[in-house]
Design a protein around this ligand. Structure first.
Ligand code: F6R
Length: 362
């Protein structure tokens, strides 16, 4: 049942600290600065891989975009992230040195399954990052990495997003240690942030009354825009998807630097802009974009690790310092924001119109 919550989505947002503890449990080896993952792929193959293709849909695609931002600077690889329905295999890369990673909560998404089948044709090795033991995808790929989030019932993915990114962060450390691009010390530093993630998420959940108040204040807006850079860009996309699917409001996520290339024309005093200003997401550059929208009268809600820049925003939501995982924590604040906007509008949050939990048609 819903255990006292009005909706499964609300329950699942609040389950995130525990879901994360499960995802991490037994997978951190502090001594060697490594992640211990039960992955059976050949280690010599993983050392020789020079390209990763991540395929996924919706929220899982956003987790894939986040993973690219972790993998590329830390592991010596090219990472391409494709919407599963758009994934096509051309010549021009070495299929024996390419790993295809499918990210899928359900393990049943038809678009993702068919992308994996296209990858297997020329002989690429495949890995699924999934929540569902025994799902169709686990039977089709070479190996699976389970995110261990527990069952998710609300149509909107919440706890599985944070768990997917965490599993992919652990995978990044594992690959980097294996290939010698991440030192034991750097591995230990990232693992330390992963270990702190459940409590960091809890601190956001504790700020729910503040976030709910903002949601009520802006529920009648014409549209909602989310802006971020680097690691926060996929989170901006994810936050907009969450809000639009459960509230039916117009919501869009933009790379902060792209605003001036068109979307700025949409900005008015009735379009709140939610801006990711955390330390790990180039806050100074994004702050210039905040000024652009404020000068058009838009109210700005800044998500920040409180370094001072946020004092120029109309409202702020504090995010704990957590290195590369800060935007992931900020995402939880915007799950709550989306939830409370939709709840204020009286929407059927766990079953939005036209949507299904697992999409088994292409
Ligand atoms: C959004 C949402 C969907 C799914 C997408 C992929 O909240 O839930 O966008 O993320 O349908 O589903 P999986 O991860 O099961 O492949």
């Amino acid at each position: 049942g819903k255990a006292g919550h009005d909706h499964y989505m609300h329950k699942e947002i609040h389950e995130q600290p525990n879901a994360l503890r499960q995802a991490i449990s037994g997978r951190i080896d502090e001594l060697t600065g490594n992640a211990s993952l039960d992955i059976d792929l050949d280690e010599r193959y993983l050392q020789a891989v020079d390209e990763i293709h991540i395929v996924a849909c919706g929220t899982s695609y956003h987790a894939g975009l986040y993973a690219k931002e972790l993998l590329e600077p830390l592991v010596d690889l090219t990472v391409r992230v494709d919407l599963a329905s758009e994934y096509e295999v051309y010549d021009g890369f070495d299929s024996r040195r390419t790993l295809v990673v499918a990210v899928t909560q359900s393990g049943e998404t038809a678009d993702t399954l068919s992308a994996i089948r296209r990858a297997k044709a020329p002989g690429m090795t495949t890995l699924a990052v999934t929540n569902t033991v025994g799902s169709t995808i686990t039977r089709e790929v070479d190996d699976s990495l389970f995110i261990k989030a527990g069952p998710e019932i609300g149509v909107a993915a919440t706890k599985t997003f944070v768990s997917q990114v965490t599993a992919l962060a652990l995978f990044t450390i594992y690959l980097g240690r294996l290939r010698g691009t991440i030192s034991a010390g750097d591995g230990a530093d990232i693992l330390e942030n992963i270990r702190r993630l459940p409590n960091a998420v809890q601190s956001i959940l504790d700020a729910e009354p503040n976030i709910k108040r903002l949601a009520k204040q802006y529920v009648d807006s014409d549209a909602f825009f989310f802006i971020g850079r680097g690691l926060a860009y996929p989170v901006a996309l994810e936050s907009a998807l969450k809000l639009k699917e459960i509230s039916y409001a117009h919501a869009e996520g933009f790379a902060a630097g792209e605003l001036k290339h068109g979307p700025l024309a949409l900005v008015t005093k009735n379009t709140p802009v939610l801006a990711f200003l955390s330390e790990s997401a180039s806050p100074d550059e994004t702050f210039n974009n905040v000024k652009e929208v404020e000068s058009r009268g838009a109210p700005v809600i800044g998500l920040s690790t409180s370094d001072g820049t946020e004092s120029f925003c109309k409202h702020t939501i504090d995010i704990p310092s957590l290195g590369r995982l800060e935007p992931l924590v900020a995402n939880v604040a915007l799950q709550l924001f989306a939830y409370h906007v939709a709840n204020e509008m009286g929407r059927p949050i766990d079953k939005p119109r036209n949507l299904a939990k697992s999409v088994t048609v292409e």
